[in-house]
Design a protein around this ligand. Structure first.
Ligand code: AMP
Length: 543
């Protein structure tokens, strides 16, 4: 017998409609590329999202067409999220930090019909345009007055003119909730990037789960500043969850340096922010150097890479900001788990609590997790055994766009994340490594993340990375690569001595190399492939 409850499909356009009806005067604030701050409300954004949909129809866009965006976090990008998906097309966010060849590959693979491009990215598109096979129009996300003069982009359209021509009376269509809504390519370190195609249903379920108290804890009193870009897994879903909760949104535009972020946090009363560790490193350094405080910020989500313990501590101790350590993947929309302590943890000492907080957190309802060892055998949830992390759930992918990569889930729907993790009896998951980064020494595994975290706790270390170097006896041994803070003094012996009180002796790196900078991927992760390349001819010291 079926229940007698309405089967209203879950559609993304309902989020903005809800926000416009119930939070019509809640602000969306953006630092613009033209310069200055732009302010409007959910009511205004809804009207303009409708105009986007009307403009797309006028340009001959049909349901299912892919529309590319090359843009930072700002109000026009937000309107595109809703306007494109809401009319049944697919919002394809493209990471402008990718190599040009990857951008060309992605645009052609997605068969993007239109490209919406932020002002400072127009020159990138101008250069690559001859290689784009399906793009009919490029739309400059600005007004006529700010358009650079001699751009060689034929048929260039101007966003504000497109919208000015529309009545804004569009009725959002109702369709199957499984309809594709947005597309994001993973910046895989091997092979071509692969597209993850989200649906309206997966996006709404993710938005609900993300807003929960033990996930991102969002409400109509939150002021949310996503530092994580809108081209990186939909800014971790924040443009959707914020509308669902009726939270004020603050978009930082292109200025993600410590000074610009700090100013915006204070000016707009930001309570919640989210981004990768490298961004927070810069913010903390800026605040330390200038003796600044944070007067409204309560939560900082750190994800994308492991949150170093020193960073969690500093945010808490010096700034009164609670770090929410989160883990996820493009393939998971992206949220998999977020770290909030349980009631019993509140009795712990500061050090003991930090050990809990270091974990990547508990899965939100909807995400199932297990760890498996050799032969796919499930391993115990004892917080000690570590194995390949598998996930499944209604916002986890079941296959890449156009079938790239073939079958990626097993017959029971489990997706192998490529991460190695432990699970404990309280439900907390802890990543020990990427499966391809784990260092295999004498048949045992050494966690590069643990070593990096330990090194990052040294006050002279700005950033640290560990890679495995071939060793004739042990197979692999760890090499620690350190970027020192400006002006700081630190040598190999002091570094090793510091690590000696934190990790097992056989985990200690065989050598420490100091570098001017640690390379990062387009999404802010340490680029280990490049480090391995840089240290290809390096030999570990003998003896
Ligand atoms: P992406 O799809 O680009 O978001 O990358 C997903 C990958 O980033 C995961 O599979 C992890 O390897 C890594 N990652 C994300 N969050 C964390 C975290 N909190 N700690 C460690 N690794 C993380």
């Amino acid at each position: 017998m079926l229940g007698l409850i309405q089967d209203r499909p879950l559609l993304i356009q309902q989020l903005i409609e809800h926000a416009a009806l119930n939070h019509s005067d809640t602000e969306i604030v953006s630092r613009t590329l033209e310069g200055g701050i732009h302010r409007y409300t959910y009511g205004d954004a809804h009207l303009r999202a409708k105009k986007v949909a009307e403009a797309l129809l006028a340009l001959g866009i049909k349901a299912g067409d892919r529309i590319g965006t090359l843009a930072w976090n700002g109000y026009r990008h937000f309107e595109l999220y809703y306007g494109i998906s809401g009319m049944g097309a697919v919002c394809h966010t493209i990471n402008p930090r990718l190599f040009p060849e990857q951008i060309v590959y992605i645009v052609n693979h997605a068969e993007d019909q239109l490209l919406f491009v932020d002002l400072n990215l127009l020159p990138v598109v101008e250069k690559l345009l001859p290689q784009f096979k399906t793009v009919r129009h490029v739309v400059a996300m600005t007004d006529r007055a700010h358009l650079p003069k001699d751009l060689g982009i034929p048929n260039l359209l101007v966003y504000e003119e497109l919208l000015a021509d529309q009545p804004g009376r569009y009725d959002w269509p109702v369709f199957d909730e499984r309809t594709a809504s947005s597309l994001c390519y993973t910046s895989g370190t091997t092979g071509n990037p692969k597209g993850v195609l989200y649906s309206h249903r997966s996006t709404i379920l993710h938005a609900y789960a993300a807003a929960l108290p033990d996930t991102l804890n969002l409400s109509a009193r939150s002021v949310v500043l996503p530092v994580v870009p809108m081209f990186h897994v939909n800014a971790w879903g924040l443009p959707y969850s914020a509308a669902l909760a009726g939270a004020k949104l603050v978009f930082p535009g292109v200025a993600l340096d410590g000074a610009s972020l700090h100013e915006l946090f204070e000016q707009e009363g930001v309570t919640f922010t989210a981004g990768v560790p490298t961004v927070w490193l810069a913010l903390l350094q800026h605040m330390q150097a200038n003796k600044l405080k944070l007067s409204t910020l309560k939560y900082a989500v750190i994800g994308g890479s492991a949150a170093p313990p020193a960073m969690i501590e500093t945010f808490d101790r010096d700034y009164g900001v609670e770090v929410l350590h989160a883990w996820g993947m493009t393939e998971m929309s992206p949220l998999g788990s977020v770290n909030h302590p349980k009631a019993k943890h509140l009795k712990l000492s500061r050090e003991e609590l930090l050990d809990v907080r270091l974990k990547q957190g508990r899965p939100a309802f909807g995400v199932e997790m297990k760890i498996v060892g050799d032969g796919g055998k499930e391993l115990p949830r004892d917080g000690k055994a570590f194995g390949d992390l598998m996930v499944r759930g209604p916002w986890v992918t079941r296959g890449y766009f156009k079938g790239e990569g073939g079958e990626i889930v097993d017959q029971d729907g489990w997706f192998a994340t490529g991460d190695v993790a432990t699970l404990d009896p309280d439900g907390y998951m802890q990543i020990t490594d990427r499966s391809k980064d784990v260092i295999k020494s004498g048949g045992e595994w050494i966690s590069s993340i643990d070593l990096e975290n330990a090194a990052m706790a040294h006050p002279a270390v700005a950033e640290a990375a560990v890679i495995g170097i071939h060793h004739p006896k042990w197979d692999e041994r760890p090499l620690l690569i350190v970027h020192r803070k400006p002006g700081a003094k630190l040598d190999k012996d002091e570094m090793i001595a510091f690590l000696g009180i934190k990790v097992a002796k056989w985990w200690l790196p065989d050598d420490v190399q100091f570098v001017e900078a640690i390379p990062h991927t387009a999404t802010g992760k340490i680029l280990k492939t490049r480090l391995r390349e840089d240290f290809r001819d390096y030999k570990l010291p003998t003896g």
